[in-house]
Write a protein that binds this ligand. Sequence first.
Ligand code: DLL
Length: 432
Amino acid sequence: MIWNEAKECMSRDEKIVLQGARLVKTVDRVYHSVPFYRRKMQNIGIEPGDIRGIEDLERLPFTTKADLRENYPFGLFAVPQSEIIRIHASSGTTGKATVVGYTRKDLDIWSECVARAFTMAGVSKDDIIQVAYGYGLFTGGLGAHNGAEKLGATVVPMSTGNTKKLTTMMVDFGATAIACTPSYLLHIAETLEENGEIDMIKLKVAICGAEPWTENMRKQIEAKLNIHAHDIYGLSEIMGPGVACDCEYHKGLHVYDDHFLPEVIDPDTLSAVAEDELGELVFTTITKEGIPLLRYRTRDLTSISYETCECGRTLPRISRFKGRSDDMLIIRGVNVFPSQVEAALLEMGETSPHYMMIVDRANNLDTLEVQVEVNERFFSDEIKELEKLTKRIEHSLQQALGIAAKVKLVEPKSIERSMGKAVRVIDKRKLV
Ligand code: DLL
């Protein structure tokens, strides 16, 4: 099923005309209603009339998270506050929150995008969906909620906080779909197992996102729960969940580029990289009213492909995220992403996918310890067996990361479970 065939399967030529017209309007609007953009454009000597279509996109200035923070809270809003009917914010780890505002039309478009994504994942009005992203200033809960309602599914607004209640209701209500972070879904699966409820569920599909996860993790979740799992992407600055989602072929995430114009750039030179080449994802919103953004640098690393998908959609596809450029650790000069550790552990299949990376510095040298939870099966093994397992994990981490890591096996369920975005790294170098 395709929610909006006209837009999702539009020919590229038609799409470019539509995007061009929308971009021209957006640039004109921000120039006249957001002093920040007028100044930025004047500084580089361009006027709205200079932008005639998407071929001129590269002439526009970039926007960063710092720009949003410096204009806290409402400085980048392009409409009077009376037109804003919802505020969301993401806290981040440093500085002020990033605040975004939505007009009624913005919320309608957001619901439409989430409805497209959920339809892509096979959810329909016949499903009972538990929304287990946090409700509140975080966009996950309310974003998924409104989209599922638009679809006509029966929405159970669980939020996060009470996993036991969630699994009980999953069984009692016969929930067929769930939306939550992948790390939380793993925790939910463990809880179902512990409570002997795993064979009692009717779950068919999960729509997971808000944090990086590997293809192996997706497959493991599918096998554990006997469901289909889909990857949904989004960010508060652009909208929230539903900027992109993967279809049943799982060959990248389809971007709704009739609303969000994507570019992938080299973060150093700031020029576009070639199709299928890794770079930083940049979005220009072309229908947003509340807080339209020009060339917003997401810091998320991916590649883009414009080839039509087997599902029939012409929407471009971005590859599964490797992580954010700010998640990248530099350990002894080598670039390391937590997702590489996850992929290596899952590849081995001997441990649980719960891990924590602890980076520190001893005698001026970076150290990496990876704590890995062992399966119950292994934990009862003799010390000798555990030592062998440690060596095997250390070997495969060395192969995957290109640096040595010390592995510490820890008891099953001893690494803290998260209900929202999982924390996988403790970088003690930053704490001093
Ligand atoms: O995480 C919105 C969201 C909610 C997306 C629920 C999907 C599901 P923020 O809190 O602003 O918004 O965080 C956005 O999270 O820039 C990525 O780094 C990361 N992220 C989101 N989805 C994915 C994903 C929400 N599917 C930041 N894979 C983004 C990898 C993701 N990273």
